[in-house]
Every structure is written in structure tokens, then in C-alpha cells.
Design a protein around this ligand. Sequence first.
Ligand SMILES: Nc1nc2c(c(=O)[nH]1)N[C@H]1C(S)=C(S)[C@@H](COP(=O)(O)O)O[C@H]1N2
Ligand SMILES: [Mo]
Length: 316
Amino acid sequence: MLIRPPSDVPSSQITPERLYFNRRDFVRTAGMAAAAALVTPAALAACEGGAAARAARQDGALGKDDEPTPYKDITTYNNFYEFGTGKDEPAENAPRYLHPRPWTVTIDGLVGKPGAYHFDDLVKPFRVESRTYRHRCVETWSMVIPWQGIPLRDVLRRAEPRPGARFVELTTLLDPRQMPGQQSSVLDWPYTEGLRLDEAMHPLALLATGIYNRPLLPQNGAPLRLVTPWKYGFKGIKSIVRIRLTDRQPATAWNKAAPNEYGFYANVNPDVDHPRWSQARERRIGDWLRRPTLPFNGYAAQVASLYAGMDLRRNF
Ligand SMILES: Nc1nc2c(c(=O)[nH]1)N[C@H]1C(S)=C(S)[C@@H](COP(=O)(O)O)O[C@H]1N2
Ligand SMILES: [Mo]
């Protein structure tokens, strides 16, 4: 079994999922999950969003009013240009076209143990963790998402980074039949992202495999996507097929598309406006009022030291 409820969350703390799902969603997702044989009935019946959010609040990672965003919103309001540029298009198209099984992830570059893994074999050796993170997107909307996944650093360590490795490049599937948006040149396909190796090794960085204890839906980046909660959503590269360690800063899809708007770091800086909009405030999905954007999306205590001494206005 791949996706399981975290063993450290007592069942007494598990929030009933009827708070979050309507029947049609449930039937559709349950059918998918059963077909993939990934989730037990117990996992489906349980949603630890509330418990994970409470734990995250105790860590100081989330605030009092950071309530988990309903599953429906997380899975119907998306950015995934491989399936169209509209926010509703990924939910419409990705389930129709993308086949997240079988799926192969290649780990190569400056590593002692390169390899190509079936998704299930890649994930199997690691404990699937549940973490609730504030999820930000470049257009300055945000959500609070109970993710499940494996720490990126565990995967990288197993591949044994070589001394010269300084960056990690991640690549999305390139297949215009499964990703019809790739038939247009709105971005330079395949979509790529990059992190400095120390960012990638930060314990907050997660390779996500699930949301609300269900396998990731195609529109959210099935079967495997990155979550770096202190950065803009666009660092959250979806449907990853390759993880490559390099000695040079890799190109990123958004930096190539609009270098003056999107730098390599993509750290949220409320004091520096995006050329086309202010980043000082953000709208939580479901809220009417905007709220102030927090430096490093609220994770400054954990990550600011990664950028000590850097000019964050130049390195945006
Ligand atoms: N492959 C790929 N990954 C992607 C994108 C994309 O277009 N293609 N969009 C990014 C952007 S801009 C955002 S805001 C997040 C959105 O993630 P979500 O739809 O799960 O909220 O995915 C990111 N990852
Ligand atoms: Mo975004």
C-alpha cells in the first residue's frame, strides 16, 4: 500500500471527510482509487486535514485561521498549462488525457547511483508523511492543502549526490498526446523547474503523492509533484519524470517564458511588486478579503537562513 494515513495521527483526531466531499466527487475519486488499488477504505473514510493542520499550527508553520481549503477547490482551480491556460481546464482535461500509471521517474546527473524507477518502487522505501502547507500561486491566490508525500531530500540522498552537485533540475512529462496543451507553444516544453541543492535538501520540500489522503488527481500533478511551501506555486512542478543533479543553475519554464517577471528563486517577496501586479496581498480561495502576503509565505523562520547575504530584490 502506497498512500496510507500517517501512523502518528490517532484515529480520534481524524476529521470526518463528509465535511469536505460531496457524493459525486466521492464516487468518482473512490472509483479511481479502487482501480489503482492505492488507498484503503480506511484511508478513504478518513481525512486528516484537520489534525495535520492542528499539528502544523503547533509548529508555528500555520496560523490560527489557516483552515484547510476544501478538496473541491484544490482539485478544480488549477494551473497546469499542459492542459490549457484556464484555471478550470486542468480539471476538465487532465483526467481525460493523462495516464499516471505506469510511470517512470529517472534520477541522474551528478549522483553516485543514477536510476530509472517505476513510481511505486521510487516511493516504496520511504515513509509517506502528511503535512499541511500554505500553498501560494503566482497570481497571488492561496490555499491550505493537506499534502501527503515523501521528503525530496530522502530521494536525493538515496541517489548519493556527488560533491560537484549544486542544483536540482526537475522535468515534467513530454507527451503531446497525454498533454494536449503541449501542441501549442505557450511554454517551452517540457516544463522544467530548478532548486539549489540546499533548498532541495530542506526538510520542508516535499515530493507530493497525495492530497487529503487520496492519490494526487491528474490536475494536481499525478503521480508526483514538488511542493516547496515557501515559494510561489509555480515551483510546484507537476507530473515529474526526471530529477537531475547538476553543477549549473538549470533553466526554469517560467524564467524562460518571462525572465523579467520570474527569476530562478521565486521566493515570495511582499515588498517587491511583480511587474504586472502587487504581491503585497493575496486572496485565500473561498475568502472575500485579501490578506497580507508573508515573507517566504510564512516560513521565514525555517528558510530565511538559506538566503542570508543574498540581495532578494535582484535574486527574485
Ligand atoms: N508541469 C507544470 N507544473 C506546474 C504548472 C504548469 O503549468 N505545468 N503550473 C505551476 C503553477 S503557476 C502553479 S500556481 C501550481 C498550481 O498547482 P495546483 O493547481 O495544484 O494548485 O502548479 C505549478 N506547476
Ligand atoms: Mo502560479
